[in-house]
Ligand binder design. Structure first.
Ligand code: NAD
Length: 640
């Protein structure tokens, strides 16, 4: 998990704490994905009664999204990273708003932009003496996003227009008035409250701790704000502010002159539309995404971030700074995005998927992808027929026009060969996802080749075997960028029950071979211990009873016991038919030792396990047997 966030379960509460106070807890892509994954798990966990979100440090709950990272990719012409980040962030915002269990957020200090998206959509939003909430996006060429337009469109009178255009900061009283928070609770009572929530799971504790909110200055200013921001267009609002003579009008005019005209004009139009439709948060987010999707290429986002955060000259060269802002510019930024538009869970768009390598694992995985309606084009060297999968004549043909290409191949060399044919045929921005088990070097080389060709890349080997592939219960361990993982995650969710983003390119293969090295070593240890027990006259059932509940327990003993008739049913009960074949274990152990060699790691047990499985498979009768058939092997042997 990212060190920027601490996700855990404490008592009856799913707990999320931002732990990046030095960066004002700015929200990045990995943090969004981690929150999303945890909340999905907690949704169906009956032991979890509610979710509590808080943050370390005094200065900020979360001062915004990590836009500097998006600036870096955007200025290199890569708009995809930003679009992917916003898409998944907005989906998370809607998910929080619609979450079936109570979500409590405790927001001290600054809560802005991305922080509002996490903290201000739950049903139990808490502020304190230091809380300052704002939507300052117009200052960096964006619109108030992350569901900000939804909140602003529902604020009383014209407060939404005022807050969205001027980025004015709200203190605790104002946040409650404007509908960004529910309860005022002094900060020194938060620790007790959180402890109570964790222990009891009783969300009523939040209201029980609330105190009357401090005065809301915006309530006093309401009439004037409603008058000043009543107009429909930015020009009219600006003219009204210029004509007015008050402190509030003067400071609002200063802000309106500082911020991006295009952003402000679009904000006004969005609030008007959302209010007219009494829109849902999903409708608001979908509209926001139209703007942010275009904001790097056609809007002021990159220039705004440059001026505010990168060069810090505070002198942005906005588009339409001459005061001429045609309606067409606003219409363009808010026009529907067609198939690129934001969708939510249950309305995912159909993908075109190239699937190469349709053997024991690949064939059922491809069939599972086709079932919910994805268009799957397959290719294998051997003739194959799979229900719902259209076959191509070459690997390149299967990859042409695909959103995602998945490979499920025997080894790293074949993967490299196939990648060389497929990558040039793929459309820019598509994702190459290898699910084979291969060496880390090949995984990294293929990822680099794909990325150099403008593609996303993921290495995502699986565990769960042929049974898991058929049942759609595989576990995916993925390496690659966060945007790449986000693209393929919905597909992994169809083919499996768990997908873990382990890190950058090669991290998935690293996780797989480390896991399987432990598996190979423990299987050998379990088998030799059973053989020793036999020779000591210890009954196998008794041995299982003791070890499976003592410190010698392991997955190989408890879940996959190599002794026939002992423990749960396993390949040992089926004459050691695989299951997981000994030669596949040998392959994985060789990969682990190859990686250990490249990384200069000392792995004596892994080395010995490789040698034992090599003897078993290549010189004895292990080929075609389950890897747990090491037990009958040891039974026959004597100490040398
Ligand atoms: P498999 O041998 O049944 O399937 C591999 C397929 O790739 C075959 O159909 C073969 O014809 C095809 N192929 C080979 N070269 C090709 C090429 N150049 N172009 C197109 N197709 C080509 O193997 P499998 O059991 O499906 O395993 C696939 C991968 O999954 C392996 O990397 C394996 O280590 C891994 N894996 C397997 C299991 C398991 O239990 N079988 C479990 C986890 C991971």
């Amino acid at each position: 998990m990212s060190s920027d966030i601490d996700i855990r379960v404490t008592g009856r509460a799913g707990r999320i704490t931002f732990t990046r106070p030095q960066a004002l807890n700015a929200l990045n892509y990995d943090m969004c994905l981690a929150i999303d994954a945890a909340m999905r798990q907690w949704e169906s966990d009956d032991d979890i009664a509610l979710v509590v979100i808080d943050a370390e440090g005094d200065r900020a709950f979360c001062a915004g999204g990590d836009v500097a990272a998006l600036y870096r990719s955007g200025t290199m012409g890569n708009y995809r990273d930003g679009r992917d980040f916003w898409r998944d962030e907005y989906r998370l915002n809607a998910y929080i708003a619609e979450y079936p269990k109570p979500v409590v957020s405790l927001m001290q200090g600054f809560t802005m932009g991305g922080g509002v998206g996490i903290g201000c959509h739950g049903g139990h939003r808490v502020v304190c003496e230091t809380s300052q909430i704002a939507m300052p996006e117009a200052g960096i060429g964006l619109i108030p996003d992350v569901g900000g337009t939804y909140l602003l469109s529902r604020a009383p009178g014209r407060l939404g227009e005022y807050l969205g255009l001027t980025a004015a900061r709200m203190g605790p009283g104002d946040t409650i008035l404007a509908g960004f928070a529910d309860h005022y609770i002094p900060r020194d009572r938060w620790a007790d409250l959180i402890e109570l929530l964790e222990a009891s799971g009783d969300v009523a504790q939040v209201a029980a701790h609330a105190e009357p909110a401090p005065a809301a200055p915006l309530a006093e200013a309401r009439d004037e704000i409603d008058r000043l921001f009543a107009a429909e267009t930015l020009d009219e609002v600006r003219a009204t502010l210029e004509a007015a003579d008050s402190e509030l009008a003067t400071s609002a005019l200063k802000a309106v002159r500082r911020n991006s005209p295009l952003s402000m004009a679009c904000t006004l139009e969005m609030l008007r539309r959302l209010r007219a439709e009494a829109a849902t948060i999903r409708q608001a987010l979908e509209l926001e995404y139209r703007f942010t999707w275009r904001s790097m290429e056609d809007g002021d986002f990159l220039e705004g971030v440059r001026a505010q955060l990168i060069d810090k000259d505070r002198n942005p060269q906005w588009k339409h700074a001459d005061g001429i802002l045609p309606d067409a510019a606003v219409r363009h930024m808010l026009a529907p995005l067609g198939e690129d538009g934001l969708t939510f869970e249950g309305e995912e768009r159909v993908m075109r998927i190239g699937f190469i390598g349709l053997g024991n694992m690949g064939a059922p995985m491809a069939a599972n992808l086709a079932t919910p309606g994805h268009e799957v084009i397959g290719f294998d060297m051997a003739p194959v027929e799979i229900d719902g999968v259209q076959m191509a004549a070459t690997a390149a043909e299967a990859a042409t026009g695909a959103d995602v290409v998945i490979t499920m191949l025997p080894n790293g060399q074949i993967l490299r060969d196939v990648a060389a044919q497929v990558i040039p045929a793929m459309k820019p921005g598509a994702c190459f996802a290898d699910c084979s088990t291969v060496d880390v070097d090949s995984a990294r080389a293929v990822a680099a080749e794909a990325e150099a060709a403008g593609l996303l890349a993921v290495d995502a080997p699986v565990s769960g075997g042929v049974g898991g592939a058929q049942a759609g219960t595989l576990t995916f361990m993925a390496g690659g960028s966060a945007p790449a993982f986000a693209v393929v995650k919905p597909l992994f969710d169809i083919m499996g029950q768990k997908a873990v983003h382990c890190g950058g390119p090669g991290a998935g293969q690293a996780a797989k071979i480390c896991n399987n090295m432990i598996l190979g070593v423990t299987m050998i240890a379990t088998c030799e211990a059973f053989a020793l027990a036999d020779k000591l006259g210890l009954d196998r059932e008794k041995m299982f009873d003791v070890v499976s509940t003592s410190s010698g327990y392991s997955w190989t003993m408890n879940a996959y016991c190599p002794a026939p008739g002992v423990g749960p049913t396993s390949p040992a009960d089926n004459d050691y038919k695989p299951g997981f074949a000994a030669e596949l274990m040998l392959k994985d152990l060789r990969l682990s030792q190859q990686a250990a060699g490249s990384a200069d790691a000392d792995t004596p047990m892994g080395q010995l396990a490789e040698a034992l499985y090599a003897t078993f498979v290549e010189e004895e009768d292990g080929r075609g047997m389950d890897f747990s058939a090491m037990l009958p092997r040891f039974e026959k042997r004597h100490r040398s």
